[in-house]
Every structure is written in C-alpha cells, then in structure tokens.
Ligand binder design. Structure first.
Ligand code: AIR
Length: 419
C-alpha cells in the first residue's frame, strides 16, 4: 500500500489525526539523550510540525537550547524515562544506553518508539547483537562470550582479538584491542564479547532508513578511516570506493541486518571488507550516526531529515549524493582538559565548500567528540587534501593550553625582534 496523506495518521489526545491536521497540531516527540546527535536532529526538526522534548541530565548539553522543552533526568532510569514519555506521541533515542523497559511499557501504552524497544534491546548489548547476527546467518567475526576478565585470561588461544564490553560503550570507549597475552589486563572485567581479529582492508558504514511500512531507503556507503590510537573515526569519504560487486554485497548484508530487526527508524551498519572481498558486519547502531553527518550538506535528504520523515509517516527522502563528501571529526586533543578552545577555526572557516559544526560542549577532554567538519567536492582528491589540511589546522584544545601557546608565541616573537 502506498502512503497517501489520508492514511498517514497519528494517535493524539484528540483521537487519530491525518497529516493535514498535523500541520496545525504539532506531533509531540521526545528524544532520549541531548548530545550532538540530538542537537543535529533538532536542527532538522525545525522544518517539520513537531514539538520537541529532550531528556538529559546535563542542562547545558548540546541539545538543551534547541528543543521546545528540556527535561532534566536520567535516560537510564525507568521512572525518568517513563514519566518523560507518557505524555508524548513518539520517542526516539540518540544513544543506546537508555532504559528499554520503560520504552517497552510506553510502547504498550501507545507511544510510538523509534527504534522499537525490541530492536534496541537486541542491539544495545554487544552479546545479543552478535548472537542476532549468527542466528540470522549474517556474516560477522567469530566470537566468544566472556563473563569477565577471567574469561579473556582463559582464552589466550583466541588472540589476537577485540574485547568489547556488553553494554554502555560508545565513541571508542568499551572497545579494546588485545593482540597478545600482555594486553589482556586492558580488557573489561564485565560481560562482553571477544571477537577474533579480522584482517581488514577497509571499513565501511552504511546508513539505512526503514519506514513505517518496512520500506527502506539506502544511503551510498562511506569509507571510514580510523585513528588506530584513539580507536575513533579519523575521517570518512562518501560515496565509498567499492567495486560494483562489493557494493551490492555491502548493501544486501546491511538490508538483511535491518530487515530482521523489524523496526522503523534509522540504522547505521558498520562493516569490514577484506582483501579477498569478504564482508563482515562489525556492529549496528539503531539511530542516527557519526558516519552519516555528511548527509546534511552532501545528500538530498540528510539522515536527520530522514528520521523525521520516518517518525511523521512521510515518504522517505532521496538518499542520493548531491556531491561526494568527507567528514573530519573534531576530537579533544591529548593532554587538554577543561574549557574548549578551537585553534585554527578562522582558517578553516575561510575554506570553500567546507562546513563547520561545533557541538557546543563546554569542556574538552582527550578523544571527546567536540564537532565535525564536512567538505563537499566533485573531486575525491580535493576531499582528501582538504580533510588532511583541516586535521592539521583545526585543533580542539583547552583555553588554558591556548593561553600557554599564545604566551610562548609572544615570547618567541619578542626574542626574535631583539636579535
Ligand atoms: N553518541 C551516542 N552514541 C555514540 C555517540 N557519538 C553521541 C550522542 C550522545 C553524545 O555522543 O549524541 O549524547 C555523548 O557525547 P559526550 O561527549 O558528552 O560523551
């Protein structure tokens, strides 16, 4: 059945409303979490008839000042999530570590939840996520379930491997590479998975939208380039450079991942590609994702625009690229803790076809995602050149460090003038 304005209906206090009523009556939608993903989702919300609510502990979080209503509370606490969601028509998440029991109760009471709590539950724990892949015949790295660090200590034969904490990890936290016996103590003394290391040629991310009727819209996949030390995305280029056959494989596997979750929403599937052309699913996020930020400027419908379309029951947007794009993440520099300062910002702001996003986090710390820069260009070479230039020019340091650097530069200039 195709979507017509008449069958896009929403439950409200006043009964079921069609899309035309929606234009006057705003859909009340809550976002669990108030970080950068929530912030960018709210930027896109301004185009649509939605009244936005954010639940988050920190009232100065990136999303706090862009929503209609900010509610202070713990996204992991049952009562906080339940009380937040019960007056709303729809809910979504911007981080997985939320109370899924409260979401399940709210769903049973008629609140629409994106993604469905059942899908969120499968994904949010790395152990159930891995089992889901194997149960559905989805290729993924061989793994063991470990209850604690002793479980890792007893399987030296399985190394080299990657230890992933079951719940709560994000942005490189909760992932530890264990190449040999001496690395084991860096692992987690908590339930998790130990994944056999794959000889990866490249890492790919694939964003897919699933609509209310199960229809899908697939974004062009992206090439992800990692900072091995921080285990954080370094920069990414879209569309990924893949031979046609591999592209189909990546798309087919990603579609299978989201189809079996049986939930509307936005999903990011991260995959490994080997030199032999094998494709393995690394992990999946049931939400908007760092690997899709370029879609704001580089694609017709951004991942954030798309999620609103899903929530509102609108037709899915056009995922095609307007131009190739690249993203550079702005992460807190090593050795800098405290109020953030963006060194080199003016220079980057003067570059053509470069779009700066600063998330508005007051404090920086090493490896913290503080912003990103998108570059668009017809030429991939230009993307790579500018990505490197931006990485070398724009640094997130502390105000304290910036003052130290300025004092050192002034002293050097004075010394030179006296020569
Ligand atoms: N996030 C969630 N999962 C992965 C990521 N990167 C985003 C969300 C979340 C924010 O990171 O937007 O709210 C938390 O960032 P931080 O730096 O405050 O820990």
């Amino acid at each position: 059945m195709s979507l017509t304005p008449q069958n896009r209906i929403f439950p409200t206090e006043k009964g079921f409303l069609s899309i035309f009523d929606q234009i006057i009556i705003m859909l009340k939608v809550g976002i669990l979490g108030g970080g950068q993903l929530g912030r960018m989702l709210l930027q896109a919300a301004a185009n649509y008839p939605v009244e936005t609510f954010v639940l988050e502990n920190d009232e100065n979080c990136p999303a706090a000042h862009l929503c209609h209503h900010f509610v202070k509370g713990d996204i992991r606490n049952f009562d906080d999530v339940y009380n937040f969601g019960k007056g709303l028509q729809a809910l979504t998440i911007e981080i997985e570590s939320v109370n899924d029991e409260a979401l399940e109760k709210l769903e049973a009471e008629g609140v629409k939840v994106y993604p469905k709590p059942s899908a969120l539950r499968t994904i949010k724990n790395k152990i159930t996520q891995k089992k889901y892949y194997t149960e559905h015949g989805i290729p993924t790295a061989e793994y063991l379930v470990t209850d604690n660090l002793d479980g890792v200590r007893s399987r030296v034969d399985f190394l080299p491997a990657v230890h992933k904490i079951g719940t709560g990890g994000y942005d490189g936290k909760g992932v530890q590479i264990i190449r040999h016996k001496d690395d084991i103590e860096k692992g987690f003394d908590a339930p998790g998975v130990l994944e056999k290391m794959i000889n990866v040629d490249k890492e790919i991310a694939q964003i897919i939208a699933v609509g209310a009727k199960g229809e899908t819209a697939i974004y062009p996949p992206v090439d992800m380039v990692f900072d091995a030390r921080l285990n954080l995305l370094d920069y990414q280029i879209s569309p990924a450079d893949l031979l046609q056959g591999l592209l189909w494989k990546v798309e087919a596997i990603s579609v299978r991942v989201v189809k079996e979750l049986k939930s509307p929403g936005i999903f990011a599937v991260e995959l490994f590609v080997t030199k032999q052309g094998e494709v393995y699913v690394n992990e999946t996020a049931p939400r908007v994702h760092n690997s899709g930020h370029h879609t704001i400027e580089a694609n017709y419908s951004s991942q954030f625009d798309m999620l609103w379309r899903v929530i509102l029951g609108y037709p899915l947007g056009n995922t095609e690229a307007i131009l190739p794009g690249a993203i550079v993440n702005l992460v807190g520099a090593e050795g800098c803790n405290g109020e953030a300062h963006y060194e080199g910002l003016d220079e980057v702001l003067q570059m053509d076809n470069v779009f700066v996003h600063i998330y508005g986090k007051k404090d920086t710390k090493a490896g913290r995602k503080m912003g990103h820069v998108t570059i668009i260009s017809r030429e991939k070479q230009d993307l790579v050149y500018k990505a490197h230039k931006i990485k070398n020019t724009l640094k997130v340091i502390s105000k304290e460090k910036a003052a130290e650097l300025a004092a050192a530069a002034a002293a050097a200039a004075k010394a030179e003038s006296q020569v």
